[in-house]
Write a protein that binds this ligand. Structure first.
Ligand code: ARG
Length: 402
């Protein structure tokens, strides 16, 4: 039996794929698989309805906990790519892995997705699938299909086109972010209309303090209440969205080189990333902080590529885990005007002494006194003083010749 497991959303692309996989590719049996990573409930209702109408056997798998755990790993890595906290990117390997497991369980010999040949998702899915030995079919990309062609094909073949299939924006929602693209937003000069936002409100002057507790870099509680990873992210989205926290508008360099204008909203991600880095500022040493920026950057890049299960990622996670042993404590954020600004941080591992840094205490720490700095001050800038530039009569104060 020639059986294929298709990543199914109930949208136009994947609905058309079901029929093409049978007619053009010759698969006798198509199984639709939808993976729950926190999409709105109505998306599953739509998928179920469409599946019923086209007699597709549909499996819905719940991967919310796996996904939330990965999102919180990304917080430890302060992960964002060009300003975007990677909601779609992090979800794809989780979805691909769940579909692969289902395909093996149901004895499929092939896997299929409805991605185009222009985006990142085709690469993220296949990075997980290609080692499996199963065939891979990507009808929209392989046959170069356009949306206009698909609509025509759906009409001719009596396939259901649900409202939303042909909406103005292309929207991808999960627990970590809502991403909105397409339509007039494709033009970088278009100011996004407020109607694109669902999770965030336009910033006002209202404000609220929220305290987030971390244990080894993982957020565990909000305002004194412990939450599971899924609940914590959900709760912070609801709490921070009304203050306009977590809207980004970026020119994104996609994997294949295309530059695409993308809009996102991600209140919980922004709050958690800001709070986490504020805590790291308190507990990590200067050298750790400096080096971790490049580790974090590499982590985000790998995650954007969909390569979260790579040996490189494992190595990066090793460094991150070591540093996170001391990232325990709490941070209070001030939510206001679209910002989630850290206004207070505490930790038993602080590399900080209030009295050492204070203007009001004579000593520094242990037996170090202020006057011990005299020798350091004498040496400081020694090479600069010795360099010929400084022996010139006139020392320039600015480069600005305008
Ligand atoms: N460009 C982003 C990424 O590749 C998100 C794309 C989301 N898709 C959408 N239909 N809005 O990670």
């Amino acid at each position: 039996m020639n059986r294929v497991a298709l990543a199914f959303s109930g949208g136009l692309d994947t609905t058309v794929c079901v029929s093409i996989l049978k007619e053009e590719y010759g698969y006798e049996d198509v199984i639709g698989v939808s993976v729950n990573v926190g999409q709105p409930k109505n998306e599953f209702e739509q998928a179920k309805e469409t599946a019923k109408e086209i007699s597709l056997d549909l499996k819905i798998l719940d991967a919310r906990t796996d996904f939330a755990n990965l999102c919180l790993d990304s917080v430890r890595a302060n992960a964002s790519y060009q300003g975007y906290p990677l909601g779609t990117a992090l979800a794809r390997p989780i979805i691909a892995k769940a579909i692969l497991e289902e395909a093996k369980k149901t004895k499929c010999n092939a896997l299929a997705h409805g991605c185009t040949g222009k985006g990142n998702d085709q690469l993220r899915f296949e990075a997980i699938w290609r080692g499996s030995g199963l065939e891979i079919a990507a009808p929209i990309r392989d046959l170069g299909l356009t949306r206009t062609w698909e609509i025509q094909y759906a009409k001719e073949n009596n396939l259901p086109i649900k409202s939303g299939n042909d909406g103005i924006w292309s929207i991808d929602t999960n627990l970590w972010s809502r991403s909105i693209e397409g339509g007039e937003l494709e033009d970088p000069s278009t100011i996004p209309p407020s109607s694109i936002y669902e999770w965030t409100q336009s910033p006002s002057s209202e404000s609220k303090l929220v305290t987030i507790e971390f244990d080894e870099g993982y957020p565990v509680a909000v305002d004194g209440t412990n939450y599971s990873p899924v609940e914590l992210i959900d709760h912070l989205n609801t709490l921070c969205g009304p203050f306009g926290v977590g809207r980004t508008d970026v020119m994104e360099d996609r994997i294949l080189g295309l530059k695409v204008r993308e809009n996102y909203e991600h209140p919980a991600a922004t709050a958690l990333l800001n709070a986490h880095s504020a805590l790291e500022d308190l507990v990590l040493t200067k050298e750790e902080r400096k080096f971790k920026i490049s580790v974090d950057d590499a982590w985000a890049e790998q995650a954007y590529l969909g390569l979260i299960y790579s040996p490189f990622m494992e190595a990066l996670n090793g460094f991150i885990s070591t540093t996170q042993k001391r990232v325990t404590g709490s941070v209070t954020l001030d939510l206001q005007g679209g910002h989630a600004r850290a206004v207070s941080r505490e930790s038993p591992y602080a590399v900080h002494s209030a009295s050492a840094a204070s203007f009001n205490t004579p000593g520094v720490i242990d037996d170090i006194t202020q006057s011990d700095a005299i020798g350091v001050a004498k040496y400081h800038g020694l090479q600069e003083r010795m360099s010929s530039a400084l022996f010139d009569s006139e020392i320039p104060t600015t480069q600005n010749k305008k």
